[in-house]
Design a protein. Structure first.
Length: 230
């Protein structure tokens, strides 16, 4: 069992983030559990790469002195699995907002779907979603979006090393993506719909890898709580 000194010196904790939790909530919960268990006034805990509340999967947490390594983990390639739903778009590019446009998908073939992935492999320019935590002139982009204000978002370079379709049950398309830091899978889903002369949004997302870390080795928040006392 790890001691108070172990956590203060630094630990890497792999959490399988549940749906509905923000990454910040996971950090707060883990910090509170450690403080409670060891009667600490404070301890540094941070995460290496935000996951949206509607996404599940691997979240790397660092404690104590290991928080200095967070940027190293953030820079590593990531892998995701998820579902793109064709035939409808949303302003947030995922299920955070309501559908704003619908499209007929009857003319889209499985070959079309598989072939469209090739446009997104390699170095590409991607526009982040307006419903994101990126800052422009000191404000989060989602603050502009929720206020109904239009804002120009510059495209940025990202690298996608793999984009494969795993299952097709229209309108849903399951996929696996391996990509660089800064890639928005929501934007990929939105752009994928455009590539098919249609519309699409992200309806499910799970982060499976960050560098050499795998979600198979991650634990739930409940399991972490149990590990502190056993």
């Amino acid at each position: 069992m790890l001691t108070k000194e172990d956590y203060l010196e630094g630990q890497v904790i792999l959490i399988d983030k549940p749906l509905g939790w923000t990454s910040f909530q996971v950090v707060n919960k883990v910090r509170w559990l450690i403080r409670k268990q060891f009667d600490l006034k404070k301890i540094k805990v941070g995460h290496a790469g935000t996951l949206d509340p509607l996404a599940s999967g691997l979240l790397i947490l660092c404690t104590g002195k290991f928080t200095k390594q967070i940027e190293t983990y953030q820079a590593q390639h990531k892998e995701y699995t998820g579902t793109i739903t064709l035939g409808a778009t949303t302003p947030s590019y995922d299920l955070e907002t309501e559908i704003d446009n619908t499209y007929n998908i009857t003319s889209i073939s499985k070959d079309d779907i598989h072939q469209a992935t090739s446009q997104f492999v390699g170095d590409i320019m991607q526009q982040p979603p307006v419903f994101s935590a990126l800052k422009k002139e000191g404000k989060r982009l989602y603050e502009y979006a929720r206020a109904g204000e239009e804002v120009e978002i510059p495209k940025r370079a990202v690298h996608i090393s793999a984009f494969e379709i795993t299952t097709i049950h229209l309108p849903n398309v399951d996929f696996r993506v391996a990509c660089s830091k800064g890639t928005y899978i929501r934007s990929l889903a939105h752009d994928f719909g455009k590539a098919l002369d249609n519309g699409a949004h992200l309806s499910a997302l799970r982060r499976t890898k960050i560098g050499d870390f795998d979600v198979a080795n991650a634990i739930s928040i409940e399991a972490f709580e149990t590990s502190l006392t056993n």
